[in-house]
Design a protein around this ligand. Structure first.
Ligand SMILES: [Zn+2]
Ligand SMILES: [Zn+2]
Length: 460
């Protein structure tokens, strides 16, 4: 209180405060950047449209297109349905949409929802699929889990990835209700729903479906590896300071040929079972191999695609070199490479082999297909190997019993047939009639012949 009786209040700061710039569109956070399950840009656009209560068609044609200074008709994006996959890819369409969406949402990391980081490395051809693929079990799990958002991972768009990383089942590529293929981005796209019939595409894991074929063991092993290595590429994208340059592909081939084949391109090509001139073109940087080809090569070399491309100097120490597939090493002209034994991976592969319920194989064949020596596998995992072997022995015994039963039945029928035709049912005559002529070597089958003859009073 002042002397004149007036009260003094604190003074106000009337300086203008700076308000950060607002985004024109809702700043929807992209999912999983820096992880193998990063969202796709097409899926992000669908979610962004949903957040604005409009369809993707409205969002693109009334909002995004006016910001794209390009001659191609993005307004007609939906008439080029099969090309909408390019939105997730490495070309101009991906670049334009990333640029406009980054400026409208003020997110600076939307390029990682596409493959733009790898634009110089992988050719467009057979890189991404032209239609949507999804795991119905993932959708259902996300739907029933409170904290999970339904979205479309970018990894589902790779042509090379056909199996779900979690459920070990093939991805769906056709709506089970309207039987239509679904483009990556359609006028009425919504993550988890069919844009044509609006049906929910999720299914509970225990729900039996007739068209749900399980991947074979060999396919599963291949897919597990493909998904892992592609996931690693996607997860690494934000950590690279700049997109990789085209030259590193040629350098990677030169490095491998030089270091492990003493510069002998022919030996390297022979080991990969690829024409020498192709490898030579890759080494010279004249052509880039497709992703599918790089995947196969890296699988044989047992090195991840990321390591293949970015490992600058492979140490001379042989234990640093990725394991080589045993069946690729018969060529004496190739430098003998020591096998690095990845214990965790080998165990995982053996366990997976044992769990899947496909036709069992002998341990030698299993080891060969997994790329390890049988001896090493037995030394590290004797129980798993013995279990795989026992499964095969059991299978062979059961098959033999079934085969003999079938032979006996065929013999019985043949004897009756000959008898009605008035022909003597000799072993030679019946052999000609049977599917497996050598079956009389088995005494049970011979006994069945005698019993059948006895039945029609041809034998005492
Ligand atoms: Zn799944
Ligand atoms: Zn449908």
């Amino acid at each position: 209180m002042l002397a004149n009786g007036l009260e003094t209040y604190e003074s106000w700061d009337l300086k203008k405060i700076s308000i950060p710039s607002r985004s024109r569109l809702y700043q929807l956070d992209p999912i999983g950047i820096g992880t193998p399950l990063v969202e796709s840009l097409t899926g992000y656009i669908s979610r962004l449209a949903e957040a604005h209560c409009v369809t993707p068609k409205v969002l693109i044609s009334r909002e995004l297109v006016s910001f794209i200074p390009k001659t191609y008709k993005t307004t007609n994006l939906f008439e080029m349905r099969s090309l909408t996959g390019a939105v997730n890819g490495i070309g101009t369409m991906a670049f334009d949409l990333v640029t406009v969406l980054e400026s409208l949402t003020l997110h600076s990391d939307l390029r990682f929802l596409t493959l733009l980081t790898w634009a110089n490395i992988f050719p467009q051809r057979r890189l991404l699929r032209s239609k949507r693929a999804w795991c119905p079990y993932c959708y259902e799990e996300w739907y029933s889990s409170k904290n999970k958002v339904i979205y479309e991972p970018l990894i589902w768009f790779f042509e090379a990835a056909t199996v779900c990383h979690c459920h070990n089942k093939f991805l769906c590529q056709q709506c089970p209700y309207c039987k239509r293929d679904i483009p990556p981005l359609a006028s009425y796209s919504r993550p988890g729903y069919c844009p044509y019939c609006s049906e929910w595409l999720g299914i509970a894991n225990n729900y039996p479906t007739s068209d749900n074929i399980q991947p074979s063991k060999v396919e599963m092993i291949w897919q597990m590896w493909v998904i892992k290595t592609l996931g690693e590429l996607l997860a690494t994208s934000p950590r690279l300071s700049k997109p990789l340059s085209r030259e590193i592909v040629a350098q990677a081939f030169c490095r491998y040929v030089q270091q492990f084949f003493e510069g002998n391109t022919s030996a390297f090509a022979r080991m990969l079972k690829i024409p020498k001139n192709k490898v030579w073109m890759w080494q010279k940087g004249k052509v880039l191999p497709e992703l599918n080809v790089i995947l196969k090569i890296c699988f044989i070399l047992q090195v991840s695609v990321l390591d293949f491309l970015t490992q600058e100097t492979l140490k001379e120490n042989s234990s640093q070199f990725p394991a080589m597939r045993q069946n690729q090493m018969g060529d004496s002209s190739t430098k003998k490479l020591e096998v690095k034994f990845d214990s965790d991976r080998a165990q995982q592969l053996l366990e997976h082999w044992l769990q899947s319920n496909e036709q069992p194989l002998p341990m030698t064949a299993v080891a060969k297909s997994l790329g390890y020596s049988k001896r090493i596998l037995y030394r590290h995992f004797p129980e798993l190997c013995r279990a795989i072997s026992a499964e095969y022995v059991k299978y062979m015994k059961e098959s033999r019993v079934k085969r003999i039963e079938q032979c006996c039945e065929e013999v019985k029928q043949a004897v009756r047939q000959f008898h009605t035709e008035g022909i003597y049912p000799s072993e030679a005559a019946i052999s000609k009639l049977l599917a497996k002529p050598g079956c009389f070597r088995d005494k049970q089958v011979r006994a069945a012949l005698r019993a059948a003859r006895k039945e029609i009073c041809l034998e005492p």
